[in-house]
Design a protein around this ligand. Structure first.
Ligand code: SDX
Length: 433
């Protein structure tokens, strides 16, 4: 088959008239059959979990699952992680180009100008129990931002979208760090705008009013890389959530709060916390086989956390960079013999030699090593997904803006295959058995 198809035809075995549909091609990746007109023929498709369905058109990120390729606006993740800082990548995701020096300085200055939270927002934290999970706090606080920053919530106004995007990008580190400080019972540390994005977050996480705190530059750089690796990833569950919520015209804070909620699940962003919990429970290389056996047992709901991916059928390129960052951080901290890291590498080796994982093309994903790096940096397990949410805010607002800027976008309203009761008559309670 040499030429690309331009049309697809659906034929029916009951002699119904065949339906001809256009086939669309993108810059890269799979062609898609455009089924938007199917409804006119009163014909619908069924694809729970969107296993084979493109929900939108996007110019932001592209993943080649077979080759293990991840591009943001065409740039490979390896090059962005090596040469950029997080705000540079955020600019790229939002505007489509890497900023020049003037644009980068101006963007950084505008973001820095929004890092503080409205003073009354600090009261929202105090409504939670001290042991509330940081993700529960972030969902609440980010959603409540629509009650404080409602001066720029017209989703069809590009300036309003940009201002809200700046506020979210700037305030997420403060909100995440304060969620942690609230757990500890420590006073909130206000942002220090002379610090860069990663250093400021580390300052708000680890500084106290009693002592001077200087972020370790090696750890700050490693943290920037962690943020870049988590920034965006096509139409994953949380990004699709942000798009679906936003498609109704919901304000940016409500849309991003919904994305945080979706990311929390252990099948998605919650996997970094679940991976470390699994490794700590595994404890020793002698127990690896027992966990691998459980992961392969269809009667056991256990999954090997940090392994597998809907799109990648080879190593997640982010996992490779994260493993390298692990080495850098552990060496910097004199923890090169960290038992958990050694256990993770042995688990990866054994799994990748096991036919079950090889045949199903299950490789480590971004969540496999990220928890080990963050734990080594002194970040508690409960904060891992909060940091994932902090980073993914850049991708969420870029995708949300892209959708709202598209004059043809519609409210998302999937159909269903109804398998419930056919119509039946009401039965008065006295006649029910
Ligand atoms: C993220 O979408 C994104 O881009 C997400 C993300 C992003 O940046 O936004 O990359 C971030 O969420 C990474 C994934 C983190 N989750 C985990 O590490 C949790 C463990 N992994 C899985 O639960 C699973 O691999 C998923 C959820 C990630 C993907 O699941 P799919 O695509 O729905 O695949 P599936 O569940 O249908 O699995 C296919 C087969 C099944 O076996 P069969 O029924 O065909 O016999 O592979 C098996 C599964 O049982 N399988 C696993 C497994 N993952 C899949 N078996 C054991 N352990 C695993 N981890």
């Amino acid at each position: 088959m040499s030429t690309k198809p331009t049309k697809a035809t659906i034929t029916f075995d009951n002699g119904a008239k065949p339906i001809e549909l256009p086939v669309l091609s993108g810059t890269a990746g799979n062609d898609v059959i455009d089924i938007r007109t199917l409804g006119k023929h009163d014909v619908y498709t069924y694809d729970p979990g969107f296993m084979a369905t493109a929900a939108c058109q996007s110019n932001i990120t592209y993943i080649d699952g077979e080759k293990g390729l991840l591009l943001h606006r065409g740039y490979p993740i390896e090059q962005l992680a090596e040469h950029c800082d997080f705000l540079e990548v955020s600019y790229l995701l939002m505007y489509g180009e890497l900023p020049n020096a003037t644009q980068k300085a101006e963007f950084t200055s505008r973001i820095t100008g929004h890092t503080m939270l409205h003073d009354q927002l600090s009261n929202i934290f105090r409504g939670f129990r001290r042991d509330a999970h940081p993700m529960a706090v972030m969902i609440g606080v980010v959603g409540s931002m629509s009650a404080f920053y409602f001066d720029s919530m017209d989703v069809y106004n590009p300036e309003h979208r940009e201002t809200s995007a700046f506020r979210l990008l700037a305030k997420m580190p403060t909100i995440a760090a304060w969620s942690y400080k609230y757990n500890l019972g420590h006073p909130f540390m206000h942002p220090k705008n002379k610090l860069n994005y990663a250093e400021n977050f580390m300052h708000m996480m680890f500084a106290t009013p009693c002592e001077e705190y200087t972020p370790n530059p090696i750890l700050a750089r490693a943290f920037e890389k962690i943020l870049i690796l988590h920034a965006d990833h096509e139409q994953n569950a949380s990004t699709s959530t942000v798009r679906l919520v936003g498609s109704s015209g919901a304000n940016p804070f409500a849309s991003i709060s919904a994305g945080i909620a979706s990311l929390w699940g252990p099948a998605h962003g919650g996997a970094n916390e679940a991976t470390l919990k699994m490794l700590e429970e595994m404890g020793d290389v002698s127990r690896i086989d027992q966990f691998i056996k459980r992961a392969k047992d269809k009667t056991d709901s256990f999954r090997l956390m940090g392994f597998g991916h809907r799109v990648y059928r080879s190593m997640d390129p982010r996992a490779s960079i994260m493993q390298k960052t692990c080495y850098e951080v552990l060496n910097e901290l004199g923890l090169h013999d960290d038992p958990i890291f050694k256990l993770a590498m042995q688990l990866e080796k054994i799994a990748l030699e096991d036919d079950y994982f090889v045949s199903k093309k299950l490789y480590p994903n971004v969540d496999f090593y990220s928890g080990i790096v963050m734990r080594a940096m002194g970040i508690p397990n409960s904060m891992f997904t909060a940091i994932f949410a902090l980073a993914r805010t850049a991708g969420w607002i870029a995708q949300w803006s892209e959708m709202n800027a598209d004059p043809e976008h519609k409210i998302g309203r999937p159909r269903q295959l109804y398998t419930g009761e056919a119509r039946r008559e009401f039965v008065p309670i006295g006649k029910r058995t």
